[in-house]
Design a protein around this ligand. Structure first.
Ligand code: ATP
Ligand code: MG
Ligand code: MG
Ligand code: MG
Length: 468
């Protein structure tokens, strides 16, 4: 079953249960300073859950584009993590609760009209004290005890506000994927056997400012299922990257680099990272974020530079990432027409950024190799904050890129030292700005010219001039 069909079926299933379909919102949060990116389905619906806005229909279903940068280190290494993914979710704003949420999730997963999964392959976790969820899974659904696992950590809590226990559904990908004696071999443990596909959150308490919990007058349901993970299950492949959402991107990169997917572990990691980051960058730029040195822009820059570095590992020395844009937009176009319309623009943004980074990448890599060789000779294992900062400032190496390369060779980076250098740089910039301000004597158009300097490479400064 193609991913687009899974998405469609999910939306149709819940529409059939009286849910209103909401389109995917932009990845860039609106009126929410607490988030850099939309990172889940519920993130765009907070206004309903905290009571600011009353929805026309208390039942909502969506497929929401999400970005999670906290998973970046997993990308390429685990079968299931991305920086950009889609979360399918059904929501109840003070309407139905646990019983319906669990029963419908089970029906969607196991009924042959929908996903038709083998029920014996599914197990769930619940909060250790959630006897109500236990009873529903056990008596209503008929799951045996050994496949209902009680965990203390199954509690969704982000500080003050609605919170509550959750139940998560796992798909068993096969006994051979973890040793039953391994203490991590259980649903929710660190293993590749039990794949977490769906999280159902029961927000039923208010977390009060004094740290106590009181029942909410209206209880809510918030669920999230990873489309890419569900696609891997439905397509019976071992990782999300082997699904129709990623394979065309991976194939295009293979063709470009003259490598084959599925033969060598390091090559596959590079191909996965590139495919993942390409999707994230295309969608982020399509939603209006641009590479820069701050906030969201810096995330895009970091991802792009990381992808370029992995491209280099595959032997690609010329800009290539921008050419993946049309492949990403093609795969996603039936649900996301927007990136297709903006394709030429997205390509230009990516190509420009790739070209800039490639100018300094080789030189930066040489410097880093030299630093590492010198440290090795001295029996040291930590790259100083100063060196890391020089690589950032002069060669455009985001510190986590330096860190990643360092780690590959058993080295670490002095983070604190790096931050101190960064602070010193900011201080210098502040002083320089004051100098400029004191010289701004001309009036009119000239003082309205904002000159923003941007890193382009060693010994160069490029000025972007815009009229404010
Ligand atoms: P994991 O434990 O695998 O990191 P999670 O518990 O952090 O997942 P949730 O916050 O519960 O994930 O998100 C709901 C669902 O969204 C997950 O069950 C999963 O299917 C999907 N999901 C979460 N994070 C990612 C990611 N980085 N890439 C792809 N899918 C994800
Ligand atoms: Mg996670
Ligand atoms: Mg989890
Ligand atoms: Mg989870």
């Amino acid at each position: 079953m193609k991913a687009s069909e899974i998405r469609r079926k999910f939306l149709d299933f819940f529409a059939g249960k009286g849910h209103k379909m909401e389109p995917s919102a932009s990845l860039i949060p609106v009126d929410d300073p607490t988030l850099l990116w939309i990172n889940s389905g519920v993130a765009t619906l907070k206004k309903y859950f905290d009571g600011r806005v009353k929805p026309d229909n208390p039942r909502i279903v969506n497929s929401q584009k999400s970005i999670r940068t906290n998973d970046i280190e997993n990308v390429g290494y685990t079968a299931r993590h991305h920086t950009f993914f889609e979360m399918l979710g059904n929501f109840s704003v003070g309407d139905y609760f646990k019983e319906e949420a669990i029963t419908w999730a089970w029906e969607f997963l196991t009924d042959s009209k929908w996903m038709g999964l083998n029920p014996d392959r599914l197990s769930v976790t619940i909060h250790s004290e959630d006897d109500e969820a236990y009873r529903i899974w056990k008596e209503k659904i008929g799951l045996p005890d050994e496949r209902i696992i009680r965990l203390k950590e199954n509690f969704w809590d982000i500080g003050e506000g609605p919170s509550g226990p959750n139940t998560e559904i796992f798909y068993d990908r096969g006994e051979s994927l973890c040793d039953p004696d391994d203490p991590e071999c259980y649903p929710g443990g660190e293993n590749e056997r039990y794949l977490e596909i769906w999280n159902l959150v029961f927000s039923q308490f208010n977390h009060n400012p004094d740290g106590t919990y009181t029942p909410l007058p209206k209880k809510n349901i918030d669920t999230g299922m990873g489309l890419e993970r569900m696609a891997s299950v439905m397509q019976d492949v071992s990782t999300n990257y082997d699904t129709d959402l990623f394979q065309p991107i991976i194939q295009a990169t293979c063709d470009k680099a003259g490598v084959v997917y599925g033969k060598d572990k390091q090559t596959d990691i590079a191909l996965k990272v590139i495919a993942d980051h390409a999707r994230t960058i295309v969608f982020a730029v399509s939603d209006g974020a641009l590479p820069s040195n701050e906030g969201r822009g810096y995330v895009i820059r970091r991802l792009l530079r990381r992808a370029v570095r992995y491209g280099r590992k595959l032997g690609i020395e010329r800009p290539f990432l921008y050419k993946l844009t049309s492949i990403v937009t093609e795969i996603m176009k039936d649900y996301y027409p927007e990136p297709v319309k903006k394709q030429a623009f997205i390509e230009r943004v990516i190509k420009n950024e790739e070209e800039k980074f490639l100018e300094t990448l080789t030189e930066g890599l040489h410097i880093l190799e030299r630093v590492i060789a010198e440290l090795k000779a001295r029996g040291k294992q930590e790259i100083s904050g100063q060196e890391a900062f020089k690589l950032y400032d002069t060669y455009g190496f985001p510190v986590d890129l330096t860190e990643e390369i360092a780690r590959e060779q058993g080295f670490s980076v002095d983070h604190k030292g790096f931050d101190e250098e960064m602070e010193r740089q900011r201080e210098r910039a502040r002083m320089a700005r004051q100098d400029v301000d004191s010289m701004q004597v001309q009036g009119g158009a000239l003082s309205e010219l904002q000159v923003k300097s941007e890193f382009v490479g060693y010994g160069q400064m490029e000025c972007e001039t815009t009229v404010a």
